[in-house]
Design a protein around this ligand. Structure first.
Ligand code: NAD
Ligand code: UDP
Ligand code: UDP
Length: 337
């Protein structure tokens, strides 16, 4: 029969963002689960630029191929369509485990799947870390503190979570993921790192995922009313995504194995935050009150003493600087929304 030969035209390296050339002994093979998502894709960019080999495993539930498309075809980069609920066989030195929907409307869309992702997905990635002796970093969350009775939140606080509420699939899923992580560390000597991430924003946030920063910016750009839930006296502390990426990489490469908060302690009420975005984007925009979602935490602010002392990290961007850059991104994509 006829033989078909396919020839691949290799993309010239000059077509990609410039990556560092690392000596072989410093080059790591790094798996990023959820690497096509908002945070994951920024982490991938940084790891690629540093000169590492990066494998992304993502099922594209809330992530997009376009978030990493600038690396497709690069010899240091692989993109796998993979659901972490299923086992994965790859050979790696480090695993950043981010796969999990993060926005309330998305993680509540199929709560059982969210729990499976956190539980079975984390077991699989820890099993992979155990077999390959890779170092494992879990992207945990401030949500493990629930509706906190301690303020600001230190890593020693055990939390206040409703185990059967609408946020439980996410909060309890991440809590069991942390428990699993330390289970594998203690039982199987897996090297682990855990960061508890506080609300993060920046370019590539999904404009339709319902989180407050993207909602307010898109609403203000479109001249719509900004939707403040429940009067807006609840607080959040927002960090710019590039600070978070710095912290995750610093933590992964540190010797510190206990959980570390990564967040910006600048605390805003949601109402103040709406006014801040309105003033930056569109002073003519008005604010509309909508009901408070169930189990919405009242206050949230990280104590970052541990991050400062143990890994030498603190945020470099102010919230307003980050918002200004994020607004520029949303201006570029607003016509597609
Ligand atoms: P995101 O929804 O943009 O990214 C999550 C990624 O995981 C997406 O690409 C999605 O397709 C992928 N994913 C989901 N389920 C999967 C599965 N079963 N198998 C494979 N891939 C799957 O969210 P994000 O904001 O980038 O969050 C990334 C991580 O950081 C999450 O673990 C989240 O819990 C954590 N986190 C984020 C924030 C924040 O404010 N953004 C705060 C705390 C914690
Ligand atoms: N696993 C995986 N990739 C690997 C090694 C393990 O996905 O390279 C999965 C494996 O399928 C199992 C899970 O990780 O379901 C936990 O592995 P472990 O070795 O801890 O448990 P066991 O296989 O003994 O159940
Ligand atoms: N929120 C709001 N308007 C919106 C979206 C969210 O007032 O359009 C509020 C929400 O009730 C919560 C805060 O903003 O108190 C942060 O919501 P987000 O979904 O971004 O994150 P999380 O609740 O998980 O911290």
């Amino acid at each position: 029969g006829a033989t078909t030969t396919t020839t691949y035209a290799a993309t010239p390296l000059a077509a990609f963002p410039p990556v560092a050339r690392l000596p072989a002994r410093d080059t790591r093979r790094i798996l990023v689960t959820g690497g096509a998502g908002f945070v994951g894709s920024h982490l991938v960019d940084r790891l690629m630029l540093l000169g590492h080999h990066v494998i992304v495993a993502d099922n594209f539930f809330t992530g997009f191929k376009r978030n990493v498309q600038h690396w497709l075809g690069h010899p240091n980069f692989d993109l796998l369509r993979h659901d972490v609920v299923d086992p994965l066989m790859v050979e790696v030195d480090q695993i950043y485990h981010l796969a999990c929907p993060a926005s309330p409307p998305h993680y509540q869309h199929n709560p059982v799947k969210t729990i499976k992702t956190s539980m079975l997905g984390t077991i699989n990635m820890l099993g992979l870390a155990k077999r390959t002796k890779a170092r494992f970093l879990l992207a945990s969350t401030s949500e493990i503190y629930g509706d906190p009775e301690e303020h600001p939140q230190k890593e020693t606080y055990w939390g206040h979570v409703n185990p059967i509420g609408i946020r439980a699939c996410y909060d309890e899923g991440k809590r069991i993921a942390e428990t699993l992580t330390y289970g594998y560390a203690n039982q199987d000597n897996v090297e682990v790192r855990v960061c508890r991430i506080f609300n993060t924003f920046g370019p590539r946030m999904n404009p339709a995922d319902g989180r407050v920063v993207s909602n307010f910016i898109v609403q203000a750009l479109k001249g719509e009313q900004l939707t403040v839930y429940g009067g807006g006296n609840q607080t959040r502390s927002f960090q710019y995504v590039h600070d978070l990426v710095d912290g995750m990489i610093a933590l992964m490469n540190s010797d510190y194995s206990q959980p570390v908060n990564l967040g910006n302690p600048e605390e805003y009420t949601i109402k103040q935050f709406a006014e801040t975005i309105r003033d930056i984007v569109n002073p003519a925009a008005t604010i509309k009150d909508l009901p408070m979602p169930k189990d919405d935490p009242q206050r949230r602010k990280p104590d970052i003493t541990r991050a400062k002392t143990e890994i030498g990290w603190e945020p470099r961007f102010s919230v307003v600087q980050g918002i200004e850059e994020t607004v520029e991104y949303f201006k570029c994509i607003i016509d597609d929304i």
